[in-house]
Design a protein around this ligand. Structure first.
Ligand SMILES: Cc1cc2nc3c(=O)[nH]c(=O)nc-3n(C[C@H](O)[C@H](O)[C@H](O)COP(=O)(O)OP(=O)(O)OC[C@H]3O[C@@H](n4cnc5c(N)ncnc54)[C@H](O)[C@@H]3O)c2cc1C
Length: 499
């Protein structure tokens, strides 16, 4: 189309594209709409002081975002635009910037977390006062809000029927990419006064982390490289994903969190592969199912925002009296440090502490261990994960913890209590994962590594282990803890099913 016609078609002379958790150019819904609707588009990202303030001063996510922004800024510049990067309170800064840049509209992708909705309501008010429009778009999920409902128009609270409805509804319309680059001629560099490199970590008040030592790739390029690697082994995902010592999952969580990959692209490829042959696409089908869990938890949060305020999805679970006081604090600290005496639990906690990642199987094991073996309130574990996970996602994290504690919408029954030793024997049979994170146990046999306290004094001595000194004794006895948990959960059974 000749440029002159395009210019006439456009609604706004100038718009502002506000990047948040969508740090890519390709297939970006809001950017596409901004480029289509405005003759000129300026881009901005705000390091939101309201979000950064409570974070630990060394935080891999801040470094991940910063590195990804350096790439995004370079990509936008190569396309003739640029990226303003601010460090301010976003709720105030966007209206200020809209005024300074003299734009008529701001474009952003939706974020349905309660705090983000409150911030956006404030931004909308500020912009509206100045006569500036605020347009937001779905970009984080395939379906959100009320797009997948039961036949009676209710939100789903059980995953399997939700997944069935999701699969019945999905088609090219929902999976097709937004060709943002095709409209990049509307990008303009920010005015000179606003052109600055991305602030350093020190300027943001943060210290460097071990992100690059860990080899966690950042930015859209990093996300694409991880996906290419995963694509080679997606066929094996349905089995390999269960074994923490194996490179089974995609490790794309942090990229989905910050939008350095497109959920549409991921789901579209997985969907196409899942339809191949009767068994051929099983790995892809299972992976797609995980992406659907993600959509499921997003819509649960949308419809039940009280779960973000520490409320159990099932209110009766708030009657549970958790172990509290000094002894509970001691147990919680042992869990956080990976010193419970249960090797699989401890190795998993070392994994999150050292890398910000934890394998899905292990998230389930340690979450169950915290609330059903140690009797500690699941919300304390949820908060610990929120601080430490690179891929922390409010909806999925809450969903995972409420699943493990049985208080969630589609949770495991309260009497299902993972045995940390049998989980270890089953999913890390040779103790490879345990040895990686607990080298002090490396010389124990494959049989004994799952429960060192069962090893004979001779075996322990030969492995160079002094229980209680080089490796902790178990902080609880699983069988006794199990009985205590069943009693503790007795309050949720109700009179009809009490035995
Ligand atoms: C207690 C607990 C807490 C969790 N906290 C989070 C969290 O904060 N953020 C998060 O993204 N996931 C969370 N999960 C879900 C899951 O463990 C992670 O998504 C997964 O381990 C991330 O690794 P991956 O990217 O290699 O996953 P893959 O196995 O490759 O899966 C691909 C993607 O699918 C999504 N996904 C996979 N499993 C789930 C699931 N059960 N629920 C929702 N989405 C899923 C994620 O976006 C993931 O990146 C949690 C699970 C539990 C049991």
């Amino acid at each position: 189309m000749p440029p002159i016609l395009l210019a006439v078609d456009k609604t706004y002379p100038k718009g502002l594209m506000w990047f948040r958790r969508d740090l890519r150019v390709d297939d970006n819904a809001a950017l596409y709409h901004a480029l289509r609707a405005c003759r000129q588009v300026v881009c901005v990202f705000v390091f939101d002081e309201a979000i950064l303030e409570p974070l630990p001063r060394a935080d891999r996510r801040v470094e991940f975002i910063r590195e990804s922004l350096v790439e995004l800024q370079a990509t936008l510049e190569a396309l003739g635009g640029g990226l303003i990067v601010r460090h301010a309170v976003a709720a105030d800064e966007i209206a200020r910037l809209a005024h300074a840049l003299d734009v008529q509209a701001v474009f952003a992708n939706r974020d349905d977390e309660p705090a983000a909705l409150a911030r956006d309501a404030q931004v909308l008010g500020g912009l509206a006062n100045a006569g500036v429009a605020f347009h937001t778009y779905k970009d984080q999920t395939i379906f959100d809000r009320d797009e997948v409902l039961t036949k009676t128009g209710q939100p789903y609270t059980v995953f399997t029927p939700y997944k069935r409805a999701w699969l019945a509804k999905v088609d090219d319309f929902f999976l097709k990419p937004y060709p943002s680059r095709g409209h990049a001629d509307a990008l303009v560099p920010p005015p000179k006064a606003h052109q600055q490199p991305v602030p350093t970590l020190a300027q943001l008040g943060f210290s460097p982390t071990n992100l690059s030592t860990l080899g966690i790739p950042t930015g859209a390029e990093g996300g694409a490289a991880l996906f290419d690697d995963f694509f080679q082994r997606i066929d094996r995902y349905d089995t390999a994903r269960n074994y923490p010592a194996v490179r089974g999952p995609s490790y794309l969580g942090v990229h989905l969190r910050f939008g350095t990959v497109s959920i549409r692209q991921m789901a579209s490829i997985a969907h196409q592969l899942s339809l191949q042959g009767p068994n051929g696409g099983q790995g892809a089908a299972t992976w797609l199912s995980e992406l659907i869990w993600r959509d499921f938890y997003f819509q649960v949060l949308t419809h039940h925002p009280r779960i973000a305020e520490g409320k159990s999805f099932r209110p009766e679970y708030d009657k549970i009296i958790w172990h509290h006081g000094k002894h509970a604090d001691m147990l919680f600290d042992a869990w956080c440090r990976g010193e419970t005496g249960y090797p699989l639990v401890d190795a998993a906690m070392h994994q999150i502490n050292q890398s910000g990642y934890m394998h899905n199987r292990l998230r389930m094991v340690v979450a169950s261990f915290l609330c059903k073996d140690l009797g500690v309130d699941w919300r304390r574990g949820e908060a610990y994960f929120a601080t430490h996970l690179n891929d922390f996602e409010l909806a999925s994290n809450n969903g995972g913890w409420q699943w493990a504690s049985s208080s969630g919408c589609d949770a495991q029954p309260y009497f299902r209590i993972f045995n940390p030793v049998t989980q270890s024997e089953r999913f890390d049979p040779e103790g490879k994962f345990i040895r990686r994170y607990l080298p002090q146990l490396a010389k124990l046999s494959d049989k004994m590594i799952h429960a060192p306290w069962k090893a004979s004094p001779v075996e322990l001595e030969a492995a160079g282990i002094v229980l209680g000194t080089t490796y902790p004794k178990p902080v609880v006895d699983h069988a006794e803890a199990r009985d205590r948990t069943l009693q503790r959960y007795g309050v949720v059974r109700g009179p009809a099913t009490t035995q």
